[in-house]
Ligand binder design. Structure first.
Ligand SMILES: N=c1c2ncn([C@@H]3O[C@H](COP(=O)(O)OP(=O)(O)OP(=O)(O)O)[C@@H](O)[C@H]3O)c2ncn1[C@@H]1O[C@H](COP(=O)(O)O)[C@@H](O)[C@H]1O
Length: 105
């Protein structure tokens, strides 16, 4: 499953140098951080609305849009899905309460 994330992130990296007229992702990179954050916010809102509607296909569709735009955000900031997966892996060995305690320091 992570293979999809790896392959998509490679495409997203390549789009940083692509022509904005020929690529949606290149256009987002060219518009900059605020434009990417706006899309992340919009897709998060659309995810909430889909979940409230309770139609499973819509939820999956909107979460895919949300994940996609967060991947563009990570790429824009020199990060990638592997760092997020590593963070989730680190938390996997902890209970929710242990993770909460670790955050408080
Ligand atoms: N997975 C996606 C993907 N998911 C969603 N989107 C785009 O994200 C946008 C979602 O925004 P909205 O739902 O608000 O729809 P919209 O009104 O068309 O959005 P705006 O154009 O107004 O921002 C749409 O334009 C979708 O086409 C995606 N665009 C690209 N990809 C992947 O990224 C790769 C590179 O894309 P390009 O850079 O366009 O070649 C593609 O090969 C795909 O694998």
């Amino acid at each position: 499953m992570n293979d999809v994330l790896d392959r998509l992130s490679e495409v997203l990296e390549a789009r940083k140098a692509a022509d904005p007229d020929s690529s949606y992702v290149a256009k987002l990179h060219a518009k900059g951080l605020d434009a990417i954050l706006k899309k992340v916010g919009e897709e998060a809102t659309e995810t909430v609305m889909a979940a409230k509607d309770g139609v499973p296909e819509k939820v999956v569709y909107e979460v895919a849009d949300l994940w996609f735009h967060t991947l563009v955000l990570l790429s824009h900031q020199g990060l990638g899905p592997n760092q997020v997966l590593a963070e989730l892996e680190r938390r996997f060995g902890l209970s929710g309460l242990e993770e909460k305690a670790a955050r408080k320091g």
